[in-house]
Design a protein around this ligand. Structure first.
Ligand SMILES: *Cc1c(COP(=O)(O)O)cnc(C)c1O
Length: 452
């Protein structure tokens, strides 16, 4: 106990934020007031981020009223570890939980046009750990994308792949085209003969040469793993390449990014030979009590995607293209401009001449325009806390019914802040007004499609 109050303790979290929280708790008369302090902070976020901001974070999506309600459902208080079915479960009483989970799995198979799906990952990061567990051994070579080109820590040395002792070799990329350099891959991959190639990109503008890569690694029986954390909704809604159809052995994805469901992870695949290793890497290795409320919400979000996914994802891409074009026209250099800017939900701005990504994102935040700092392919290791770019996503604005015209208005607000140096506080009223004029969440059973 005494450890906790030692003055010189080491913190990785921001010390001031923790000190502020301690002061808040110290000022509370009793534990009930402490609980109220938590609820009040949640309410402040709901007002600011939920009602008054233009949220342009690419890995973020609002969920429908039905999906949100299921996240608070009674079923989320039940324990149900194991595989679906009465004999597979440790606990009795899971009859209806089995129903819900089986519906979720079958909905996922239908939507992603695949033979197998798993629904039990509380995060896509965990799905990636499942794939490494199922398809590789410690010491195996895995080729993955480096962070400045869009790679994610889950597939790198500092994430589960590295922590589990996989040896990481970079997939070669063309930094201008923002796609795998397939000629270089043809030459470099055979030198290390990776057991697995993990193609996962948090910065993702264009399709990747999945079929060509699979052909190369098939020579030694290597497998291709497409980490579609960001693109999952686009794949399901047929607005992006279909990695499984093009030859990927397995695909993971985040349910809370373009897929626009509850934050969590899914895995889909077709090959019966990997069904046993993958399913048993989920349980008992990486999931136990896997939040059945979240599974129910995921199932409903998948039904929504079956009904509205094609229309939603098509508009998300059109909006990203319109936003990128409008930003470029206002003096902000955009990646991929020479090939139509983007084919996804993302637009990537090069803001090196506007104070770099951290400062630009923090200034835009004061105008209630929420984006994230992002590495550019040219960023060096020492730039990582202060990257040169911004990543801007169109999932949420699209779900609220905004179209190309509003993207033009948003680009204008962004340019007023970072190109023309207007005070962000002067732009904020316009951002709030735009957000308030789009109060309804669409592409869901409650509200259908937005007006034409
Ligand atoms: C976001 C992301 C992940 C992690 O997904 P979570 O659902 O946040 O755990 C994994 N890989 C890539 C490429 C990502 O962008």
């Amino acid at each position: 106990m005494n450890e906790v109050v030692r003055p010189n303790r080491i913190e990785v979290h921001d010390r001031d934020a923790l000190a502020t929280a301690r002061a808040v708790l110290d000022a509370c008369a009793d534990a009930k007031a402490m609980g109220e302090a938590v609820t009040a902070a949640v309410a402040r976020n709901a007002q600011w981020r939920g009602a008054d901001c233009i949220n342009l974070l690419a890995p973020e999506a609002p969920t429908s009223p039905g999906v949100r309600a299921l996240l608070a459902a009674e079923i989320g208080t039940r324990a149900a570890e194991g595989h679906i079915g009465p004999v597979n479960r440790w606990f009795a009483g899971t009859r209806h939980i089995d129903e819900v989970e089986a519906l979720c799995v079958e909905l996922l198979k239908q939507h992603f046009r695949c033979a197998y799906a798993d629904h039990r990952m509380c995060a896509s990061m965990v799905g990636n750990a499942v794939v490494y567990t199922a398809l590789t051994q410690p010491g195996d070579v895995v080729m993955t994308a480096a962070q400045p080109i869009g790679g994610h820590s889950s597939n790198r040395l500092d994430g589960p792949a590295g922590a589990m002792g996989r040896k990481i070799v970079d997939i070669p990329f063309d930094p201008e085209e923002l796609v795998v350099d397939i000629d270089l891959f043809r030459r470099s991959a055979p030198l290390v003969a990776p057991k697995l190639v993990a193609l996962g990109l948090s910065m993702t503008l264009f399709p990747q040469p999945v079929a060509e890569m699979k052909k190369v690694i098939s020579e030694w029986g290597g497998r291709l793993f497409f980490d579609a954390a960001h693109q999952l909704g686009l794949v399901g809604g047929r607005q992006f390449q279909d990695p499984l159809a093009e030859g990927a052995d397995i695909m993971t994805g985040s349910a809370g990014k373009t897929f626009s469901g509850p934050q969590s992870g899914i895995i889909v695949w077709d090959d019966p030979d990997i069904t046993e290793p993958v399913t048993t890497a989920v349980f008992p290795v990486w999931a136990a009590t896997h939040q059945v409320n979240r599974v129910a919400a995921l199932a409903l979000a998948t039904a929504e995607a079956i009904a509205f996914g094609d229309a939603l994802q098509a508009q998300i891409v059109k909006n990203a293209q319109a936003l990128a074009k409008a930003l470029q026209e206002r003096g902000i250099p955009m990646l991929g401009a020479h090939k139509g800017f983007t084919t996804t939900h993302q637009a990537i701005a090069d803001v090196r001449k506007y104070g770099r990504g951290l400062k630009a994102a923090q200034t835009l935040e004061r105008a209630n325009l929420i984006v994230n700092k992002n590495l550019l392919p040219s960023d060096r290791k020492e730039d990582w806390d202060f990257p040169g770019g911004l990543r801007i996503g169109t999932i949420e604005v699209t779900r609220f019914g905004m179209k190309e015209r509003e993207m033009e208005a948003i680009a204008e607000m962004i340019a007023r802040v970072i190109v023309r140096g207007e005070k962000p506080e002067d732009v904020r009223n316009d951002a709030v007004a735009l957000r308030h004029s789009f109060p309804t969440l669409y592409y869901c059973f409650e509200h259908g499609l937005p007006p034409a």
